[in-house]
Design a protein around this ligand. Structure first.
Ligand SMILES: Cc1cc2nc3c(=O)[nH]c(=O)nc-3n(C[C@H](O)[C@H](O)[C@H](O)COP(=O)(O)OP(=O)(O)OC[C@H]3O[C@@H](n4cnc5c(N)ncnc54)[C@H](O)[C@@H]3O)c2cc1C
Length: 432
């Protein structure tokens, strides 16, 4: 049986390896160098487009725990990365050229691996779409025909997401504007002095330099909060930070300005900073948004970003196993499926291979436990969400472990449970 994979990036290569190991023949379509993306620079498979860091190796962090899970599943990307790592403190960083070469060499060692250099746009049965955040235009047109054009997005213009437990509730109150919407919004009041110093710092904060192709359209689509701040000292007070219709129960008065937070998940463990789509550097987001009194200790699950990113509206478009709603023999993997990050994309390719293999062999789908780092992300990505944006792994996505107050011990508990449950998952899919 031959499986087609569109895209030779992190997801596509990992998926190919897992399928080859399971006895499939794989046709991997990679359009470079015949057609380049605006950001890739080489013709290599698995090119890392930006940083050479695959993030933390510490098993008590979400990224480190994800690596432990990938280890249990014999990840090609992780194994090859370890073979060509370079010193990077607690992180796993690689020599990017050697990494890409190693991945390609391992794949081409399988006689049933066929690398086809072309821009592929046919989406037949038993195809995995792993074309990444810079999928070619012709392919995205085809995907839009399958999913409906409203379900395919081309830009991330994302406001930061923080954990509810890190918000200082002494400086926050629940209320809907003009009493409407009940307690759907959490409001963070600012007095004049706090607002003015926040706006000054916001205007002067360091920004990420956008690539040429990302300019223009991003700004038209959604204005970054720092750009709006630059339009005048009161611009934010008349925009996303407007206080009208809100009364602070502590003072009985309308605050000078109000930052509104909206629940990001059904359980209310995550909050989105409404209207705070931003292009500030991550460290600057922590510093400047931390000037808002309630956010002094805010824990960011996801920082705001504004960049080109092609992704499907996963909660509506894919099933729990990442197959397409309406044609379960077509799968999405990697960044285009709504996960975010190098390792998440690779793990996504891995799990799609497992799910596809089970489907092809008429075995029942076994969901990865939502207590594991990647199972939690899969659950998040495929659960109903009106404002879906891609997400990376994180402990706040996992079912709560109650009763551990110490932060470090809590992380250890999440990471430990994830590993145990992943071991169980691996045993189950091997046995059944
Ligand atoms: C500018 C930018 C910077 C990023 N930086 C980081 C970072 O530093 N760290 C991090 O963790 N994540 C980063 N990401 C996010 C993400 O982790 C990476 O984009 C990652 O490479 C995604 O893996 P992937 O396999 O889904 O896609 P890719 O690695 O992009 O692979 C997709 C492949 O599909 C090919 N392709 C596209 N269309 C077709 C077609 N029609 N036919 C054949 N081939 C096709 C492309 O040429 C590409 O090789 C970044 C994303 C962007 C856009």
């Amino acid at each position: 049986m031959t499986i087609k994979i569109i895209g030779g990036g992190l997801a596509g290569c990992e998926c190919a390896y897992q399928l080859l190991k399971r006895g499939y023949s794989v046709e991997l379509y990679e359009m470079r160098p015949i057609k380049q993306t605006p950001i890739h620079k080489t013709n290599k498979l698995c090119e890392l487009v930006c940083s050479n860091s695959l993030k933390s190796n510490d098993p008590i962090t979400a990224q480190g725990a994800l690596k432990k899970e990938m280890e249990l599943l014999d990840s090609l990307i992780l194994n090859q990365a370890k073979e060509c790592s370079v010193p990077a403190g607690g992180a796993l960083a690689v020599d990017r050229d050697e990494f890409a070469e190693r991945v390609q060499t391992r794949l081409t060692s399988f006689p049933d691996f066929h690398l086809i250099r072309e821009e592929h746009t046919e989406i037949d049965d038993w195809t995995v779409i792993a074309a990444g955040p810079l999928a070619s235009d012709n392919l995205t047109k085809k995907i839009a025909e399958l999913t409906g054009s409203d379900e395919l997005h081309f830009y991330d213009a994302v406001a930061p997401i923080i954990t509810s437990e890190s918000i200082d509730m002494d400086h926050a109150f629940f209320a809907g504007r003009y009493g409407k919407g009940g307690e759907d919004y959490l409001n963070l009041p600012l007095n004049k002095e706090e607002y003015e110093s926040f706006v000054t710092e916001l205007k002067n904060a360091e920004k990420v330099i956008l690539h040429e192709f990302e300019k223009g359209e991003v700004f038209e689509a959604c204005m970054p909060v720092e750009v709006m701040a630059g339009r005048g000292d009161d611009a934010l007070r008349f925009g996303p930070l407007r206080p009208v219709g809100l009364t602070d129960p502590k003072t009985g008065k309308r605050p000078y300005a109000v930052v509104q937070l909206r629940k990001e998940d059904a359980s209310g463990r995550l909050y989105n900073l409404v209207g705070f789509q931003t292009n500030l550097k991550f460290s600057e987001q922590k510093r400047v948004f931390g000037l808002i009194p309630a956010l002094k200790e805010a824990e960011f699950v996801r920082y705001g970003v504004m960049h080109r990113n092609t992704f499907i509206n996963a909660p509506k478009v894919i099933n729990a196993d990442f197959s397409l709603v309406g044609n379960e023999k077509v799968f999405f993997a990697g960044q285009i499926s709504g996960v975010e990050g190098y390792m998440e994309s690779a793990m996504c390719g891995l799990i799609v291979a497992i799910n596809l293999d089970r489907k092809y062999r008429n075995k029942t789908f076994i969901a990865m436990p939502e207590t594991t780092l990647f199972g939690g992300l899969m659950k998040y990505v495929t659960s109903p969400n009106m404002n879906f944006q891609p997400m990376h792994v994180g402990f706040p996505l996992l079912p709560v472990i109650e009763g551990i107050r110490d932060k470090q011990k809590r992380k250890e508990a999440y990471a430990g449970r994830a590993l145990t449950d992943m071991e169980q998952y691996v045993e189950t899919i091997t046995r059944l």
